[in-house]
Ligand binder design. Structure first.
Ligand SMILES: Cc1cc2nc3c(=O)[nH]c(=O)nc-3n(C[C@H](O)[C@H](O)[C@H](O)COP(=O)(O)OP(=O)(O)OC[C@H]3O[C@@H](n4cnc5c(N)ncnc54)[C@H](O)[C@@H]3O)c2cc1C
Length: 441
């Protein structure tokens, strides 16, 4: 049986891995661009291999770790610094211990950090005793956090952290779809802090082990996976943009939601309409190298986050040279991000405008006044799907509709049930497996 997989990002490759265990399937991966990996790309910059997009994956959602193990990629490393800082009131503050996804499970370190005003802290600390009942149904992250902890936690911690990871606005992001761990706590207990407390143990005991990445960068995952797929007989067609429904016994679409919607239109107008309704945010990741002597301070964190109301253009800066041992050295490498759901301007800026904004903001935040010795601007137009409230319900509808309209088809990717790499792998494998079960044995 012929299987066509459309899209050669991690979702397409993970689907191919799942299906290629069955020798009866003849699998072809069709990728529009001239390389595999999609959002994942590691390339030479300032003499070192630096990721352009994702640089690590969560260990807690085990699917990426499991895939690495299955393909024999055991040279994994974790960031040297587990903690990040946050830009507040004109200076950088280390994020205090005791937070889970920006939400305080314990208040002692938060109290000492000075991140909240005395009023904001007092409001947040009543959360475990607040009346109320567990959350029923989906809600925005912002609505839940503002209601339970007040606005300061939402605007100074949860917004920069969770809004930052998803390039989104926590007042519109679905808690169920974007942060299942937090949603679970909110659905289970009247107090989110009390429900989250047990989650603190592993991260405080081993703060460096929250994330992992291949020692040579995320590109190693793609390279090794493609090699192993090649050994199993999978064919790759690069530079092969699919613009109409491929002919095959089984099809897996892993393309971005707008492309998938167009491809689906002739087979299921309803499914196409659901996918076309998903909104996106665009981001610009800029890698910059500075001479060590031009960077004041120790850089003893993984980087910093910026709240949306701070008056800066940048949303975060990752101190890659401190974070990853392979990037240590002189010049120092930083990755700076711009653009989010409520700021779509940076994606259309030319390189010099991007660099001007970064220079202004790095001068303010890190005191860097020199020009970078090298830079690389990576643009991700519509790079982040935005999971609005009710998103998972819409994806359930999509899957049910497709089971009926197109049982020879599986659809997955970062717009569906999780933006992170482990969730993409999990969902690609799950939907590929479900497709296999619908095909003749
Ligand atoms: C800037 C950035 C940073 C991120 N950082 C992290 C991180 O640190 N950790 C983490 O876990 N996640 C991170 N993510 C999320 C993660 O990178 C993505 O969720 C994941 O890589 C998406 O994989 P995918 O295969 O679903 O989609 P994609 O990687 O987008 O792959 C889709 C593929 O389909 C191809 N395609 C498009 N149209 C067609 C067509 N018509 N025919 C054939 N092929 C087509 C594209 O060229 C692409 O290769 C980040 C995302 C971005 C944008």
């Amino acid at each position: 049986m012929d299987i066509a997989i459309v899209g050669g990002g991690i979702s397409g490759l993970a689907a191919a891995w799942e299906l290629s265990a069955d020798p009866k399937l003849d699998i072809t991966v069709h990728e529009a661009s001239d390389r595999l990996g999609g959002k994942i790309s590691t390339s030479m910059f300032a003499g070192r291999n630096v990721d352009e997009g994702p640089d690590a994956f969560l260990r807690r959602v085990p699917d990426a770790l499991r895939l690495c193990e299955e393909i024999g990629l055991d040279d994994l490393v974790s960031p040297a610094h587990g903690t990040a800082c946050i830009w507040l009131d004109g200076s950088l503050h280390p994020l205090p211990a005791g937070l889970v996804l920006g939400v305080p499970a314990r208040f002692d370190a938060l109290e000492e950090s000075g991140i909240l005003t005395p009023w904001g802290l007092a409001r947040a600390m009543v959360e475990p005793e607040l009346d109320g009942s567990p959350l029923v149904g989906d809600s925005s992250i912002g609505a839940v956090i503002r209601h339970r902890y007040g606005n300061e936690i939402a605007d100074r911690l949860v917004g920069p952290l969770l809004g930052g990871i998803n390039a989104g606005d926590i007042d519109h992001m679905s808690i169920d779809a974007c942060v299942p761990q937090l949603a679970d706590a909110a659905h289970r207990s009247t107090s989110i802090s009390l429900a989250l407390e047990p989650a603190l143990a592993p991260s405080t005991a081993a703060p460096d082990a929250v994330f992992s990445a291949p020692a040579g960068g995320m590109g190693d995952l793609i390279e090794r996976l493609a090699d192993r797929l090649g050994e199993r007989g999978v064919t790759f067609r690069l530079g092969d943009p699919i613009d109409e429904f491929p002919r095959a016994d089984g099809i897996v679409l892993t393309t971005p939601a707008d492309v998938t919607a167009r491809l689906l239109e002739p087979r299921s107008a309803r499914a196409a309409e659901i996918l076309a309704g998903i909104e996106f945010a665009s981001v610009v990741f800029t890698t910059v190298a500075f001479r060590r002597a031009d960077v004041p301070g120790d850089l003893d964190a993984s980087g910093f986050l910026v709240p949306r109301d701070a008056g800066l253009s940048i949303t975060a800066a990752s101190w890659s040279s401190t974070k990853w041992a392979r990037l240590d050295g002189d010049p120092i490498i930083l990755r700076v991000s711009l653009g989010h759901a409520n700021d779509s301007a940076p994606i259309d800026w030319d390189d010099s405008t991007v660099l001007e904004h970064i220079a202004r903001d790095l001068s303010r935040t890190m005191g860097i006044d020199a020009s970078p010795v090298a830079h690389r601007v990576s643009r991700f137009r519509n790079g982040f799907p935005q999971y609005a409230v009710g998103h998972l319900q819409r994806i359930d509808d999509l899957e049910l509709t497709l089971e009926h309209d197109a049982p020879d088809l599986a659809v997955c990717g970062m717009a569906h049930r999780g933006v992170g790499i482990p969730a993409c792998i999990r969902e690609a494998r799950r939907s590929a497996k479900a497709l296999r079960s619908r095909l003749p044995s």
